[in-house]
Design a protein around this ligand. Structure first.
Ligand code: ZN
Ligand code: ZN
Length: 224
């Protein structure tokens, strides 16, 4: 399944909006992968084999089911169910434990999560490389409002891709994230302080939606 990782999405989404530009990119990647699963990908043998082996998590099953091509979802569910059927039998307590372990493993994977994660690792690496190669990208990075924890961790993990600029990159990343975590705690603090009757007449301002935004900062955006 081909999905081109370019710099275009990064340049498009790195702007002073929202709490994590990588969450927005992940949503777009996720949509593209789901589209492929419901269209051409379902016919490819290697993809079928991977669906059999990994299956879908409940969240991605729901997302596939919510879209147009129910036939495709049903066909993939048949092959997947046939795979699981082979592992349900247990004759005694010992083999029951083994079957349980096997089923636990088999049902804890998701091919869509795997593919999306692969893409997001490549985005994290590309961002480090863009920082190193394109001086103007620094401004773009610093114009964002930082990242959710999951994506910040990924950027840290792949910072070495910035090569000789890795130290500068990490200094900027750390400063950016710290600034915006401070901004968020200030906004939350004002949200709390507003509960004091003495502040009743003062405006809530940007703190009005501080809780849904800290949800994004701490856990990333909801998939849908
Ligand atoms: Zn994120
Ligand atoms: Zn999934």
């Amino acid at each position: 399944m081909g999905y081109h990782i370019g710099t275009a999405l990064i340049l498009q989404e790195f702007k002073p909006a929202g709490e994590c530009p990588l969450c927005r990119i992940e949503k777009i990647v996720n949509e593209n992968i789901l589209f492929q699963f419901l269209n051409d990908a379902v016919m490819e043998d290697d993809t079928r084999a991977r669906v059999n082996k990994l299956g879908f998590c409940a969240e991605h099953f729901d997302m596939l089911f919510a879209r147009q091509n129910k036939l495709s979802v049903a066909l993939q569910a048949i092959t997947r169910t046939n795979t699981l059927k082979k592992h349900i039998a247990a004759k005694d307590a010992k083999s029951a434990k083994k079957a349980a372990d096997t089923l636990k493993k088999l049902t804890s994977t998701c091919i869509v999560c795997d593919i999306v994660n692969d893409h997001m690792v490549r985005y994290a690496k590309t961002i480090a490389q863009m920082y190193a190669k394109e001086p103007s990208f620094r401004e773009k990075l610093l114009s964002t409002k930082g990242f959710c924890m999951k994506h910040y961790v990924s950027l840290l993990e792949h910072a070495s891709l910035a090569g000789g600029k890795a130290k500068d990159y990490l200094a900027d990343l750390t400063k950016l994230e710290a600034e915006h975590l401070d901004r968020m705690t200030d906004e939350l603090q004002w949200f709390c302080d507003k509960h004091d009757y003495r502040n009743r007449e003062k405006p809530l301002g940007s703190s009005a939606d501080a809780l849904p935004r800290i949800r994004v900062k701490l856990y990333g955006e909801k998939k849908q």
